[in-house]
Ligand binder design. Structure first.
Ligand code: AMP
Ligand code: GLY
Length: 435
């Protein structure tokens, strides 16, 4: 009889690629896993060195050769790629070709996020519930499709547009203008083609599945808050706060998402010969007729990642390594704390437009088991001062037995932090709070 394969152990040395709040939270969570000795973060941010067990490498995520060299120098046993851009640019392929276990899909799988036309075609083929759409490769084709429908459609630039490529048009005129903007080059090569989509209605929820290419592990659903203003008003942002688990999807609803969305997606990827090892992020709208996929992403959401990481158990590093090695069946079970997690983003003045930068950050927040401060757009000067350097500056995250207590704790934490022009929403989690 064959002896059973040994369970996947924690990797001792991990490299996290990226420099946002998501990567700060990933590094924090991985460094807490038993068996992980050191987490390197490239390029990291002003908060990286505050995390126990973490070190920083001044290597941009686009410098694949330097990242590979760093993996060799530090005998890295697992690479976790945070953002979509290096994944779409083939970083995971290059590192895998050199023999490294990587959590993050190759450029083929990253098309789920990097090409809306590709993702929509996959969804239709696999009968995954999603809004009707019309692909267009030219201004004329797009305008003709719009006129033929005779109603405002959602306009989406095909490629990666840093979250700015979507216009939910209220009028035909607005939809026409959005089409012109895409083909006028506002999004560069991401706007060489586009997708027009039927508008759907309902609350949105993010579901994350960790994939080893053949199997899936689902995380608790999270709800993001995309608009800058309280009451969900004003322009879209990368996300101003989140909470998890979102009661919008109970266990039955999540199972439905697994069966109707995530498993068919994985099968469709396999049919295309894609060995997808990383996160499948389904951005869903819960419509009257059930969940409908708004978008797929090939990475963790930000700020959903900051919200979820404190709920995940110390098996996380082994589970991500098992995904990278294609053997989730041999991974320890990922434990998930039965708590409510609340995350509030502190952004710079002006965000999501032109932002104020370079202000010193003062913080009296003392992290504890149920309160975390994750850095995002920050940098540290030689003298140790931490300065604001991006749109979303910090994420304050707290856990408790209920959402009221979790948000009270998160906002109390945020009160301990200040910088000139600090901007945040006081109503994050209004869907689940009673006060
Ligand atoms: P995305 O960049 O694809 O996440 O889209 C940004 C936002 O546009 C989503 O979070 C939704 O709020 C909205 N959106 C995208 N597609 C649709 C759609 N088909 N109907 C209604 N709203 C949409
Ligand atoms: N929070 C939305 C995203 O990461 O795309």
């Amino acid at each position: 009889m064959p002896t059973p394969a040994a369970a996947v152990p924690s990797p001792a040395r991990v490299l996290v690629v990226g420099g946002g709040g998501r990567e700060n939270a990933l590094a924090w969570a991985l460094a807490r896993c038993g068996g992980v000795e050191q987490v390197w973060v490239a390029p990291g941010n002003g908060g990286t060195l505050e995390l126990a067990g973490c070190r920083q490498l001044a290597i941009p995520e686009s410098d694949h050769a330097a990242l590979l060299a760093a993996c060799r120098e530090h005998a890295i046993e697992l690479v976790v790629v945070g953002p979509e851009a290096p994944l779409a640019a083939g970083l995971a392929d290059q590192l895998r070709a050199a023999g490294l276990p990587v959590f993050g899909p190759g450029a083929d799988g990253a098309q789920l996020e990097a090409s809306k036309q590709w993702a929509k075609a996959l969804m239709v083929e696999a009968a995954i519930p999603t809004a009707g759409y019309w692909p267009a490769c030219s201004r004329e084709q797009a305008l003709a499709a719009l006129e033929a429908q005779g109603k405002p459609l959602v306009v989406k630039a095909d490629g990666l547009a840093a979250g700015k490529g979507v216009t939910v048009a209220e009028t035909l005129e607005e939809a026409r203008a959005a089409i012109e903007e895409v083909f006028d080059g506002r999004f560069g090569s991401a706007g060489a083609s586009l997708v027009l989509e039927e508008r759907t209605h309902g609350p949105e929820v993010s579901v994350f599945a960790l994939s080893d290419g053949q199997r899936l592990v689902l995380l608790p659903p999270a709800q993001d808050h995309k608009r800058i203003g309280e009451g969900d008003t004003g322009p879209n942002t990368g996300g101003m706060g989140a909470y998890a688990p979102a009661p919008l999807l109970d266990a039955t609803g999540l199972e439905q998402v697994r069966q109707q969305v995530l498993e068919p997606t994985l099968r469709a990827l396999q049919e295309r010969g894609i060995d997808y090892r990383g996160v499948i992020y389904a951005g869903l709208m819960l419509t009257e007729s059930g969940p409908s996929v708004i978008e797929f992403n090939c990475r963790f959401g930000d700020p959903e990642c900051e919200t979820l990481m404190p709920l995940l158990g110390p098996e996380l590093a082994a589970v991500l390594l098992a995904c990278a090695q294609g053997r989730l069946d041999q991974a320890p079970e990922l434990s998930i704390a039965p708590h409510c997690s609340a995350c509030v983003i502190a952004a710079a003045a002006g965000y999501p437009g032109e932002i104020r930068k370079g202000d010193p950050i003062r913080s009296g927040l003392v992290p504890s088991d149920d309160l975390q401060l994750f850095h995002a757009g920050t940098r540290r000067q030689a003298d140790g001062t931490c300065l604001t350097s991006g749109g979303r500056v910090l994420a304050v995250v707290a856990q408790a037995d209920d959402f009221d207590a979790a948000f009270t704790r998160a906002y109390a934490g945020l009160d301990q932090v200040s910088f000139e022009g600090i901007t945040f929403r006081r109503d994050i989690g209004h869907q689940v709070r009673s006060r």
